[in-house]
Design a protein. Structure first.
Length: 127
């Protein structure tokens, strides 16, 4: 597929979609495309999955002959993706992020401290 980010030249990427299971769908793309979509959605909505799900829906539509929007398709304008968060939701995500990151760092340090104490007490071997 040919993908263009902003004013950059279009670039070719490989993608694969597996929707053989009715409950789960799997879409694989090149790492660069996956990361660029994540960064773009995180900057705009503070939620990395929005463009990835929409992109997966577009690929699925190409393969299953579903009706497609007019080409070239611009992410954020199709019905394939999840609903966009409201301005309030974006603000809430931006305010919540430092606290959730601090909580995760605290949990990680706590696990490391527990493991260190167990090693010092001789309860487990250092790997």
């Amino acid at each position: 597929m040919s993908v263009q980010f902003g004013n950059e030249m279009p670039k070719e990427f490989l993608g694969e979609f597996n929707g053989s299971d009715n409950e789960h769908a799997f879409c694989s793309t090149e790492e660069e495309l996956f990361m660029r979509l994540s960064d773009l959605a995180a900057k705009r909505y503070c939620n990395c999955t929005i463009y990835q799900f929409e992109f997966m829906g577009i690929i699925k539509a190409f393969l299953s002959d579903e009706p497609l929007p007019k080409l070239p398709i611009e992410l954020g304008t199709t019905h394939f993706g999840s609903p966009r968060p409201s301005a309030y939701g974006i603000l809430l995500n931006r305010l919540r992020r430092p606290f959730s990151q601090a909580l995760l760092r605290w949990k990680y340090r706590r696990v490391l401290r527990t493991h260190r104490q167990a090693r010092q007490a001789g309860l487990c071997k250092k790997s």
